[in-house]
Design a protein around this ligand. Structure first.
Ligand SMILES: *Cc1c(COP(=O)(O)O)cnc(C)c1O
Length: 397
């Protein structure tokens, strides 16, 4: 038997986990790791959350999957919740972040086409963005390294460097369908888009008849202390891609849109076999009920503030290792002075899991359920990692 028949597309840590509980993972030999990666911002409620286990098991004992050829009340139920809690009026369910971004782009283009303006198909995007790994999502992000070897990128995407409204306005033309942006760039290194910039984009969109698409696949679902990150800027998008945290670990994606923006998405225009799968709907509705609760979000904000204070303290004590702390809520980035991989490995040696981003940032994306115990453990692990990097540097002649 071939021992490793997995395509080696990921740089994997030499670690495998046998059990999970809350914010903690355990290896086969019983070593505990504090999980501040959370499946890359997916496991918002940690491992073995009793309500999620119950929701999944109850649905698993009934129908797992039924096609979209039928009326599916469970989809209507989750869509109703999502629209009550957001700007949106209509929802399309899919299975991943990339699929949600694709659906969002299609919704925007179809909107203009249905208004008789098929020439409007261009999407204005931002350097450093990440929208997923499908060919169109790659073209949207425009990351050369990710696009290399996959043939000509899908046409219709324009890329702007930095967050300058004058440059965006200059790029808007008769072919512009939408502007697509992450409120906080995740893979790009926890780069917060200024609230005023998002507000300015909304104004530009209104002026020029362009749709505003937000990619909240990573920043959404309570991650920043609001249900969706754009709420901090009090900006209403037209279309939004959601995934990761919505399933709490069960694969799900969703395209949210206001009624006007969704007007082109009529019978036969889009589809996804697994989109709105019953297991996903059961878990998604449970995650949303818990995360959207005002007390839960207040807890996220308190926890985030307590963690941030500790991180700022570390940054001032270890200015030779940590350059700065970025981010909002529990979507945080440690900007390293040196190589982020070295820092990530030192943290892993101290039994804390994190995610690297861009070339010098280590992301902290803990489950939103962490408390004082986890913050204290994170502080200790970060301190241990900083001390060990310092000792390594002292040995370099
Ligand atoms: C992870 C991510 C995606 C892609 O999600 P997949 O589920 O991996 O397809 C898209 N956009 C953002 C902002 C992400 O963080």
């Amino acid at each position: 038997m071939t021992l490793n028949a997995i395509m080696p597309t990921y740089r994997r840590a030499p670690l495998a986990f046998a059990k999970g509980q809350g914010a903690w993972l355990m290896t086969e030999d019983g070593t505990l790791y504090l999980d501040f990666a959370a499946g890359v911002a997916v496991n918002v409620l940690g491992y073995r959350h009793p309500a999620l286990v119950a929701a999944l098991c109850a649905q698993a004992d009934n129908i797992w999957h039924i096609s979209n050829l039928y009326t599916v009340p469970q989809q209507q139920h989750l869509a109703a919740k999502l629209t009550e809690l957001s700007f949106a009026e209509q929802v399309f369910f899919c299975n991943s972040g990339a699929e949600a971004v694709e659906g969002a782009i299609k919704t925007a283009r179809k909107y203009h086409a249905s208004k008789g303006d098929e020439e409007r198909y261009e999407i204005i995007c931002f350097r450093g963005a990440f929208h997923g790994r499908t060919l169109t999502a790659l073209a949207a992000a425009g990351n050369e390294a990710h696009l290399a070897g996959y043939g000509p990128p899908a046409p219709g995407f324009i890329h702007i460097d930095g967050f300058h409204l004058d440059q965006v306005e200059a790029a808007i033309g008769s072919a512009t369908a939408a502007i697509l942006i992450e409120p906080i760039q995740g893979e790009g290194g926890i780069v917060c888009v200024p609230d005023e910039f998002l507000i300015g984009l909304r104004r530009l969109c209104d002026t020029h008849g362009v749709l505003l698409i937000l990619d909240e696949v990573q920043s959404g679902m309570g991650r920043t202390g609001k249900l969706f990150a754009h709420e901090w800027a009090a900006v209403r998008p037209d279309i939004m891609a959601v995934a990761k945290g919505l399933g709490g670990g069960f694969p799900i994606g969703a395209v949210l849109a206001n009624k006007e923006a969704a007007c082109g998405m009529t019978v036969g225009t889009h589809g996804s076999t697994y989109g709105g799968n019953l297991l996903a709907m059961a878990v998604g509705a449970t995650v949303l009920d818990i995360v959207a609760d005002a007390d839960f979000l207040a807890h996220v904000n308190q926890t985030a503030q307590a963690l941030r204070e500790k991180l700022d303290e570390l940054a001032s004590n270890y200015g030779d290792i940590i350059q700065a702390i970025h981010g909002r809520g529990l979507m945080l980035g440690v900007q390293c002075v040196g190589n982020n991989m070295d820092f990530m490995v030192a943290l892993r040696d101290a039994h804390m899991l994190t995610v690297a981003a861009s070339n010098s940032v280590v992301r902290l994306l803990p489950p939103l359920i962490i408390g004082e115990k986890e913050i204290a453990a994170a502080y200790t692990a970060l301190q241990t990692a900083c001390d060990s990097l310092r000792a390594q540097q002292a040995r370099v002649p």
